[in-house]
Design a protein around this ligand. Sequence first.
Ligand code: SAH
Length: 347
Amino acid sequence: MDKPDIRSLTLEDLTAQLVSMGERPFRARQIFNWLHGKYVRDMDQMTNISKELREELKIKFTLNNIKIVEKFFSMEDNTVKYLFDIGNDILIESVLMRYSYGNAVCISSQAGCRMGCTFCASTTGGLERDLLAGEMAQQIYEIQRDTGERVSNVVIMGSGEPLDNFDNVLDFLEIIHDKNGNDLSHRHITLSTCGIADKIYELADRRLQITLAISLHAPNDEIRQRTMPIARKYSYDTLLKAAKDYADITKRRVTFEYALIDGINDSKENARELASHLRGIMCHVNLIPVNDVKEAGYIRSSDNKIKTFADVLKDKGIETTIRRRLGSDINAACGQLRKRYKENRGV
Ligand code: SAH
């Protein structure tokens, strides 16, 4: 069996492992702090841990390190896109966005994706592999180390479907907010899903304080099924019921993401229909100008149309914002950079 990655263990699991090795629980806290508070990349950097124990740890565990391959700086804003190698030439990407309130990082939860949304670049090569909890956390740690700046907000909106890698994502959420490590509040974390309704209920049961974002992108089944295969598994009504139940159970407002594609889902009629479905759900709609996908014939809606769409929703009492496009000059949208990089390398 593969050795477990020590950075992917929650403090509780690490403590159980250390105790079974005859160590006291505080040792686990020390090791956890080296990994998640001081961000070490090598067990030998844990200087208050004896050499014997470090050697034992090396035998029992691996320490999977991700490496920065390239960085791309936006000329338009302060956005930086990171391309990481997670081993065996498998690439993932993360994006650092600087806002007035602090630094936000968009992390990947899988290398590739198997959800098949027709507008999304992450899904073209299918799923390569799930990321481990430690590999999700390390995207944040490496960006903090690289910039020397603290990351205050995290969005799980890079490549991958987080609810398709449920257990690892849940471990990541536990690890990242542990006070013995990175200590990031769940209220500053958003998890974005294409809408796996069953898993939304499982997540609701955990009563986490994170924000749930649902990629809706359509006002009805017919349009949603055209662009998102998951819509054939869970109907529009089923998904919206899950969203409503999630908000009711967790008392947290749900965000609906809606990427506007010219002529597909951006008419006034579409906006009215969307508003009628969202009535009664504690929610917020985030309108996103789609990043063009030329092959599929998807073009971004004009600013005018986006504004009109937003006005219809607001008129109907639905709280709506239009997302600023950061880093559009560096292919900062999910999966775009990795795809381009692979094409250039002929992989
Ligand atoms: N699988 C998750 C998270 C990753 S995608 C999800 O589906 O939510 C992050 C967001 O980017 C999703 O809302 C996704 O639909 C959106 N997205 C993907 N391709 C896009 C594109 N070409 N333009 C705009 N948004 C896109």
